[in-house]
Each structure stands twice: as C-alpha cells, then as structure tokens.
Design a protein around this ligand. Structure first.
Ligand code: GLA
Length: 406
C-alpha cells in the first residue's frame, strides 16, 4: 500500500510524460552522483476494479496496471554503498551493503521500500552490489494507486536487468511483496506487486491470490473509461488501520476453522458458514468476514459480466463492492462516498468505488467516454461545495508492466 508520506499534497494528477520522467531522473542522477546512469526503468501503479481487501484473505482481485508510475535511474557501483534520491522527497539516503542486514530505520521512509527489495533481490541472485539510484514519479503518493508497489517493482526489475539475472516477473513481484511485509511492516497481500509486475496493456489481471494464478481479462477501451478521482484526503494512520483489518479477518477465520470447517482462507467460506458462528464473532469480526465472503461472489459475477461485455451488470457489482467496503469493512470516508454517490447518479456511468486500501486517496469511476466531462464537472462542483477542495481527475489508460525507458 502507498505510504511514503502521510500527506497527499500532489497538486493535480500530474502529467509528466515518460520522456519527462526519463530526462528528470537522468539529469538529477548526473548532478547528484557526477556520472551517467546505466539505465532508466519504469514500473506502473494500479487501480483495482473489484475484490477489495481480498488478496490477504485468500480471494480474487481484479487490478489494472495504469499508465502512471515510478521511474528510476540506476547504476551499479564497485563500492559497498547504496545511495538513493527521490525527486519527491528531497533527501539523499546512503547506507552500506552491510547495513541492509541491520535494524530498519523508519526515518529512511520511502527508501525502505527500495532497500528491502534490494536486499531480497540480492539474496535471490546470490550476489550483492553497491548502486546509486534516483526516482521520480507521475503517480500521486499515498493516494491508493500503489506507489509503494511501483517503487518496489521498479527496483527489483532494474537490479535484475543490470545484474543480468533473469529472475521471472512473478518472482520480482513476490520479492517486492516480501519487502513490504518483512522490511516495511505492512501486512498487505500480493495484489499491488503482481499488478505492477504483470500488467498488460488494455487488460485487467484476474488474480487468484491463494494459488497465485491469473488470467488477463480484456477491457474494451471504446466502451469504458477509468476515471480516477483524487480526493486529496490524507491517509493518516492508514497503515495501523490496515493491519487492524488484517488481524480482524484472521481472527474471524480462526473461529470459522474451529467451529465450522477447516478451509484455507476466509474467502473460501459461505454466508451459511458465517451464520453458524455469528454469535461467536464480535460485531467487527462479523462485518469484516461478511464483506470478504460477499465480495468473492461479486468478483466472480463481475468478471463473468465483463467477459460477456455486460457493463451495466459489471458496474452494479462495482458499486455493491463500494457499499460493502464502506459499511462492513469501514475503510471509506465522506470524500470517497461523495465521489461514488454523485458520479453514479449520472447517465452513462456504470459504477464507481474507492480503490486501494481506502481511508482516503482515490476513487475510480467507470464511465462511457462521452460521459467523462460531465463527471468532472458535476462531481468536481459537489465536492468543492462540500469540502472546499478541488479533487484531481484523470482518465487512466490500462498500461503494461515494468520496462526500460529508452
Ligand atoms: C492495499 C494493499 C493491497 C490490498 C488493498 C486492498 O493496496 O497493499 O494488498 O489489500 O490495499 O484491496
């Protein structure tokens, strides 16, 4: 989950092109380290269409890699240090390779995502090298578009390419995921790193998180556009609340296993199973489990509708997902609810929901292309009237996975 900073201060959903990102990191690399980079690499962020909070509950998710992400200029060095700079953070982090094994220093903030990934990638390929890197982004930070997975995947991809190791993309995603859990301490599932590493242009990734198997589902560009609306609401304390949800779901699963039957994941149970243990669960545990179990049904029906080209039914599942995420999972907020509510009143809008972990950040609106101006205008006005802030809007293009920027 994106958590490099608690404040989402991005003035607008920024629009630096790949070329601009490439020149900015190359130039900054030269001025920071006095040499040329070996290469510039890019990894995307993601939105999730359905399957809210199902990845760490052993369910399915349906993310789409987007055309925004993080670029990094990298060079391997023949010394035992790692130096990192981000154009978003104005801070140079320098550590020795030996320190990778030491205690994690929270003051290093965003750099811990890079350091954790580098440590695990080096372990996987059986060698450690010093390196320098500079990052820039056109993805809003801490807004639910997974800037953390993008920086992990770009790091794993770049180091793998420069070392010529040939680690498969699925394993680069797993390394990024482990870095976030073991090094940064967020108990997230595998969705974000898989979406960033395995994104395919024009497609959503239907990922079965227990088996780690997936299928690409085509998105018809002419019929549906994904508009992302940035509420600019800070996701303060999101990590703590996120880890609380993980714990509540694990508790509900343990009770279901003990009292009903032993299934591998919370997402595998039925509503009838849940009814059998209702008296044994706290109100929160019951609500979280009800969201997970009903969301599994929504994603299966939603994928079938999407494959059949039935956007109205797909959109209905998306809206139902938002309601369940808000009421049972309790990770929405007034700003996200307003965007969903106001946009769904408009004709030719098929659905809307919060994306990512919630607690602030961005919502997605699934609209027919010619409805987009009206969504901007109507939702923008209501939002401004109620919260006194202008939300950010951007139509996202389903993009590919990580790549070198030439
Ligand atoms: C964050 C986490 C993901 C996933 C989503 C919620 O983005 O990083 O693993 O759990 O929240 O669907």
């Amino acid at each position: 989950m994106a958590s490099q900073t608690e404040q989402n201060t991005t003035p607008n959903l920024a629009m630096k092109s790949d070329d601009t990102l490439r020149s900015s990191v190359l130039e900054s690399f030269r001025s920071a380290y006095g040499v040329e980079a070996d290469g510039v690499f890019f990894a995307p962020g993601r939105v999730n269409l359905l399957g809210a909070h199902l990845d760490y509950n052993g369910g399915d998710v349906l993310p789409v890699a987007v055309d925004l992400g993080i670029a990094g200029a990298f060079a391997l060095r023949d010394r035992d240090t790692i130096r990192l700079r981000s154009l978003q953070a104005d801070q140079i982090v320098e550590i020795s390779l030996e320190d990778l094994d030491g205690k994690i220093d929270p003051a290093r903030g965003w750099a811990n995502y890079v350091l954790g990934t580098a440590k695990l990638l080096f372990e996987r390929v059986g060698q450690r090298r010093g390196f320098d890197a500079v990052f820039d982004s056109n993805l809003p930070m801490a807004a639910g578009l997974s800037s953390s997975a993008a920086i992990e995947v770009v790091t794993a991809y770049a180091l793998d390419a420069l070392l010529g190791a040939g680690v498969p993309l699925v394993d680069l995603a797993r390394i990024g995921h482990r870095a976030e859990r073991e090094y940064v301490g967020v108990q997230c599932g595998i969705m974000d790193q898989f979406a960033s590493a395995l994104g395919r242009e024009g497609h959503a990734l239907w990922l079965h998180c227990t088996q780690e198997t997936f299928e690409y589902v085509p998105l018809s560009k002419g019929a549906l556009q994904i508009l992302v609306v940035d509420t600019r609401k800070s996701r303060k304390l999101a990590e703590v609340a996120f880890n609380d949800r993980v714990r509540e779901c694990a508790e509900a699963h343990a009770i279901l296993r003990a009292k009903v039957r032993d299934l591998p994941a919370l997402a595998d149970y039925t509503r009838a199973d849940l009814a059998d243990v209702e008296a044994d669960l706290s109100i929160e545990q019951h609500r979280r489990a009800r969201h997970v179990i009903t969301e599994m049904r929504r994603i299966r029906e939603g994928v079938a509708s999407l494959k059949a080209g039935d956007l109205a039914s797909f959109g209905a599942q998306v809206v139902a997902s938002h309601v369940s995420t808000a009421e049972d999972y309790e990770v929405s907020c007034d700003e996200l609810d307003l965007v969903v509510h106001e946009s769904c009143r408009l004709a030719r809008v098929h659905g809307a929901r919060l994306t990512g972990a919630g607690f602030g950040g961005c919502a997605i609106v699934l609209a027919e292309p010619d409805a987009v101006p009206e969504v901007r205008e109507t939702v923008g006005r209501s939002f401004q009237d109620r919260f006194g802030v202008e939300p950010g809007f951007r139509v996202l293009t389903p993009g590919g996975g990580p790549r070198m920027l030439h």
